[in-house]
Design a protein around this ligand. Structure first.
Ligand code: SF4
Ligand code: SF4
Length: 339
């Protein structure tokens, strides 16, 4: 559909405003979905278009079904640093070297990496392939480097039931959100040739990969990890404990977070709901590096919502969300960590 037609669907009702993290921080329409749509309609060069976190939570609240993402995507601009960071995600080796290197240099962005990854070990991704693999485990670009133990746990659990091949790398979501559709398509094409079911440890990657067909005409059978456990009826161990659950934005929009809740409840773990679990964690893909001030303000709001749950352990099935949660002083755990 043409951008003008998509824009004309917006009735200016404002139901999307409170779902928007940047509006929640600024209370300024310039940084709201409605304001951004209006800027595009009026052909105004608005800074608000660059402060958007591209979480697309506004789409989940819109009664008119406005496809905000499709309207705004062509107007996203990338700066040099962002492009370099995104390029490093394309190869598992480059991601490892970037994160390892950031611990030794004093650039502002490297400092940010250090703050957000404090206490985590930067490691090389696990590789491997069983004979005649039945499923592919796709950990996601940061998980294997920063949360290797989680990948090991998921792999061990799956290997007791299936023959597994690991594929590392990037699904293209970060490039897509930054408006680099060509690169997003190129990365999707690599995964689009896989004919086995793909299980990913990144709920937001799962959400994006489920849209490969609509976006790029690529057919893949992809599951978020928790979704796979539920839909395949995998027996789950009983565990004790008390957690609260964060809903990664894209996964929430695609209806995937319900599987995470189901897995945790089936395991017998006590869930203390947090206020607006889908509210942005503050990371927004690479937003925590490119827009540190706004990101920190969003993270503060999220922190308060988590604190109100009264629980320190937060289930987070997306690695950049986990970094934000960790930075706020909580303990992020993936579903796979509990197996
Ligand atoms: S995508 Fe997220 S940050 Fe951007 S306008 Fe929508 S809700 Fe706000
Ligand atoms: S985008 Fe949707 S929710 Fe937001 S103002 Fe327009 S019609 Fe209302």
């Amino acid at each position: 559909m043409e951008v003008e037609k998509l824009i004309s669907m917006c009735t200016h009702c404002g139901f999307c405003l409170e779902t928007c993290p940047t509006f929640s921080v600024t209370r300024n329409e310039v940084h709201s979905p409605r304001g951004r749509i209006e800027a595009i309609r009026s052909k105004i060069e608005s800074y608000g278009l660059q402060t958007c976190m591209f979480c697309r939570l506004c789409e989940t609240a819109c009664p008119a079904g406005v496809k905000y993402g499709q309207i705004v995507l062509p107007f996203r601009k990338r700066n040099v640093k962002q492009s370099l960071f995104l390029r490093s995600l394309e190869s598992p080796r480059a991601t490892y070297l970037l994160l390892k290197g950031s611990q030794k240099i004093s650039l502002k962005e490297a400092q940010r990496f250090k703050e957000f990854t404090k206490g985590l070990k930067v490691e090389r991704q696990i590789e491997g392939e069983d004979d005649e693999p039945e499923i592919v485990l796709f950990p996601g670009c940061l998980e294997g480097v920063l949360f290797r133990e989680t990948v090991e746990k998921a792999l061990n659990f799956l290997r007791k039931r299936y023959k597994v091949k690991i594929i590392n790398g990037c699904c293209g979501l970060a490039h897509f959100s930054a408006g680099n559709i060509e690169k997003a398509k190129e990365l999707a094409s690599r995964l689009g040739t896989i004919k086995k079911p793909i299980v990913t440890l990144q709920s937001n990657c799962a959400a994006h990969m489920k849209e490969y067909k609509e976006l790029f005409g690529l057919e893949v059978e992809v599951f978020d990890f928790a979704e796979f456990l539920i839909r395949k009826g995998v027996d789950l161990p009983r565990k004790e404990g008390k957690v609260t659950i964060h809903y990664p934005c894209n996964a929430y929009r695609k209806g995937l977070t319900k599987y995470v809740v189901e897995v945790i409840k089936k395991m017998g773990i006590n869930v203390r709901e947090m206020e607006d679990p889908q509210f942005e964690c503050g990371s927004g893909g690479d937003y925590w590096i490119t827009h540190p001030e706004m990101s920190d303000k969003v993270r503060e709001i999220k922190k308060t919502k988590i604190e109100k749950s009264g629980v320190n352990t937060v289930i987070s099935t997306n690695s950049v969300c986990s970094l934000s949660i960790l930075r706020s002083g909580f303990k992020p755990l993936h579903v796979a960590d509990l197996l």
